[in-house]
Every structure is written in structure tokens, then in C-alpha cells.
Ligand binder design. Structure first.
Ligand SMILES: O=C(O)CCC(=O)C(=O)O
Ligand SMILES: [Fe+2]
Length: 403
């Protein structure tokens, strides 16, 4: 019996784009699939499931697989895709060493699958020969088999993170998309424990606006385009793992590799900024110590001009000034032990910042004040606040093994 187990080289087109997907794909005995992009300047990976033809239905020897692929151009200065792309392949396994050719579908969230071309796969060799593109008519799978396999794959697929029901109550409705706030993400005891570890172990870089320390990377890799991965301290990786398990980050991405600690004295803050395309567009911010008011600003439309440079005066990533007098569009009171997640729109288009004040006043813009039992006009004195910003710093080359 032919079996897909083991490694193949896969290439698949999306409409006219011939090598939209090109890489090594591994069929595991567990029914899982792993894909690694090997196409020129593209970096990325994918995960998924595969199934064999269902017994008793015409069309045995068929295999169907589903892949969620996340990939981006290494040198691109634009934001990467915010969700992986989902594909499905259906095809009868070849005899011997012949190429495996089948139907290739693209699945847009909540839309019926669209056939966008074919996949071609051949057994992986040390020289990574590319599968030849065949123009021969495809041997279609019997429709009953395709329907049965489709419904089996659907049952196996997991919903994308943040769309799982457990996240819904934490979503903040409003004009700024993709903001989630979780009160008491950490228990007070855990907050204290983390504060204690930070006081004992942190080696802060003192800045005017705050103290800071970055974890997860060390020097530059040999080609100079990426940073070398460094292990996170155990207490941070526990937190990162918990966030991954809860679905705060998509499993197709490598686990978040960057943790930035910021410490603010009363009267300090962070200038409104965008974190920028050096990261995957998602940041999880865990707060310890004092509360603060965190502001999100209206889109300025010039976020494309945001690059990779650092503004030494403002001590944030460089960006054009906002029009004078721009007021926050949304403010949130961040409590100790809380988790804030900014993704998609909120991450890429809306600057965020914390005013340099010693006292915070509750204004009508503070969206979650009522949930916390505060009223408009109340004021709160700030103490020292420490935050952890957890993100994916994206590799920009293939020489550092950050994936
Ligand atoms: O301290 C915070 O809550 C925000 C930190 C931040 O925006 C950043 O590090 O980019
Ligand atoms: Fe930020």
C-alpha cells in the first residue's frame, strides 16, 4: 500500500502564482503535517493534518491534507500577514517514485473552499529536486470520497486563536478592532512572585522615559539580518507557554521569542508609537505593580511610513509626528495582573502610549472603568509599574534557527 509518511518536496500554485507554496513537507504517523518554506527569499512554516481515503468508499489510495501556512518575504518592510493561510490538497498517491499531483484548495475563513490550482509533490532527496509541473488532466477523486474526506478534515481543524469562545468575553467592542483585555490573568500571589524575581534578577537599561530590558535574543546572526535566539528565563517561558496554550498566539507561528520588560516610576510613560513590522502583529502585555492608563490613538494613515528605526529622543520606534492635539480614541485602565492583547488593526494602525503622569483621571474614554467599579472624575495615584511585552520578533534570514 502506498503511504504518504515521510518527507516530500511540495510546490503548489495559487492561480497564476506558480510557487506560492514551495517547501519540504513531512507526513507524520500521528496524522500531523509539518511544512517548512524553502522558496528563495520567503521564510515560513506550516502545520496541519492529513487523512487517508475512507474505507468502503470508491477512491481508496487517496490522501487529503490541510495546512495552515504562515510565510513572508524575509526582506519586506511591510507588516506580515495577520493569520496563516489555510490550504487543502486532495490526490491519489502515485505508484513508485512518480510525482504526486492533486487538487489544491484555498480556504478563506467562513467561506466555501476555492480550487486555486494543483499541488505537485515528489519524494525529498538530499539535493531537493523540484517536482516537475504536470499539465496532464487531473484524476479527480470520486465526489463521495471528497465529501467524506472534507468533513473529516473539518472536524480535525481547530478554530484560529482569539476566535475560540473563551476569548469572546475579553474582546473590547468598539471602533478599534482586535483589542482583548483579561482582568486577573495572574493571581495576586503570582504578581508578587514575578515582581520579586524581577527585582532580584533584572539588569535594567536606564532610559529617560523608563527602564527597560529585552529578553529572547542576543547578538546578530552571521549575515547580520536577524538576531540570534537566546533562551528566555524559566519564569518568562512559563508565561509564554501559558499564553500559547490559551490560544493567544497561533500554533503555526514559532512560540513568541521576545519579551521586553519596561519599568515606569510615577511620572514616567511611553510616547505614542507603533511597535512596527519587525514583529508579527500581535503583542501581549502583562502588567505588574501599579495600574496605569493605556491609550490607543486614531489611525493617522501614515503607518506605512513606519519602518525599522529607533527614535532616540522619544525612546520608541520612529514615526512621523501625530497631528498636534490628537486625543486618544480609546483608553484602558491596566490593572496589576492583567493581560492586554493588541492584534491586527490595533497593532498595525493605532499608536499606543502611556502618559507621563503621577496621577490618572478616569475620563469617558476609559472603556473598562465601570467594570472595575470606577466612575468618571475619579483619580488614582500611580506607583511603580512593570510590564512585560511578549511578541514574535520575525527572523529576516535563514541562518539563525529561530523557527
Ligand atoms: O508598558 C506597556 O504597557 C507598553 C510597552 C510598549 O508599548 C512597548 O514595549 O512597545
Ligand atoms: Fe508598544
Amino acid at each position: 500500500m502506498a503511504s504518504p509518511l515521510g518527507e516530500w518536496v511540495l510546490r503548489a500554485n495559487i492561480m497564476q502564482c506558480e510557487d506560492a507554496v514551495l517547501g519540504r513537507i513531512h507526513f507524520l504517523e500521528s496524522g500531523e503535517l509539518v511544512y517548512l518554506t524553502t522558496a528563495g527569499d520567503l521564510l515560513g512554516r506550516g502545520i496541519g493534518q492529513w487523512i487517508e481515503g475512507i474505507e468502503g468508499i470508491k477512491g481508496s489510495g487517496s490522501v487529503a491534507f490541510q495546512l495552515d501556512i504562515f510565510q513572508y518575504e524575509a526582506t519586506s518592510k511591510k507588516h506580515v500577514q495577520t493569520e496563516p493561510h489555510r490550504f487543502r490538497g486532495f490526490g491519489k498517491l502515485p505508484e513508485g517514485k512518480a510525482a504526486w499531483v492533486g487538487e489544491w484548495q484555498y480556504l478563506v475563513f467562513q467561506q466555501p473552499p476555492r480550487v486555486v490550482g494543483r499541488f505537485h509533490a515528489c519524494r525529498s532527496t538530499p539535493t531537493l529536486a523540484m517536482p516537475m509541473l504536470s499539465q496532464k488532466p487531473l484524476e479527480e477523486l470520486p465526489s463521495k470520497m471528497k465529501t467524506a474526506m472534507t468533513s473529516k478534515l473539518e472536524k480535525l481543524s481547530e478554530t484560529f486563536p482569539m476566535m475560540q469562545p473563551s476569548w469572546v468575553p475579553h474582546h473590547l467592542p468598539g471602533k478599534i478592532q482586535d483589542v482583548h483585555y483579561v482582568r486577573n490573568f495572574l493571581e495576586p500571589k503570582q504578581v508578587e512572585e514575578f515582581e520579586r524575581i524581577i527585582e532580584k534578577t533584572c539588569d535594567w537599561e536606564r532610559m529617560n522615559t523608563r527602564d527597560t530590558q529585552e529578553f529572547g535574543s542576543s547578538g546578530q546572526c552571521p549575515c547580520g539580518r536577524s538576531l540570534i535566539k537566546a533562551a528566555l528565563p524559566a519564569w518568562q517561558s512559563t508565561m509564554v507557554d501559558a499564553l500559547c496554550t490559551l490560544g493567544a498566539f497561533h500554533p503555526v507561528l514559532f512560540p513568541p521569542n521576545s519579551v521586553r520588560l519596561n519599568a515606569y516610576k510615577p511620572g514616567q510613560g511611553i510616547h505614542p508609537h507603533l511597535d512596527g513590522p519587525v514583529y508579527f502583529p500581535r503583542a501581549a502585555i502583562v502588567s505588574l505593580g501599579s495600574h496605569c492608563i493605556f491609550d490607543l490613538y486614531p489611525r493617522t494613515g501614515d503607518d506605512e511610513k513606519q519602518g525599522f528605526t529607533w527614535d532616540r529622543d522619544k525612546e520608541v520606534p520612529a514615526a512621523p509626528e501625530m497631528p498636534p492635539g490628537t486625543k486618544p480614541q480609546l483608553s484602558l485602565l491596566l490593572e496589576p495582573g492583567s493581560l492586554l492583547i493588541l492584534s491586527g488593526d490595533a497593532f498595525t494602525h493605532h499608536r499606543h502610549g502611556i502618559k507621563a503622569s503621577e496621577e490618572d483621571e478616569i475620563t469617558p474614554q476609559v472603556k473598562n472603568a465601570k467594570d472595575i467599579g470606577l466612575s468618571i472624575g475619579d483619580s488614582l495615584r500611580r506607583g511603580r509599574r512593570v510590564s512585560l511585552t511578549i511578541r514574535h520578533l520575525l527572523p529576516r534570514c535563514n541562518c539563525s534557527p529561530v523557527f
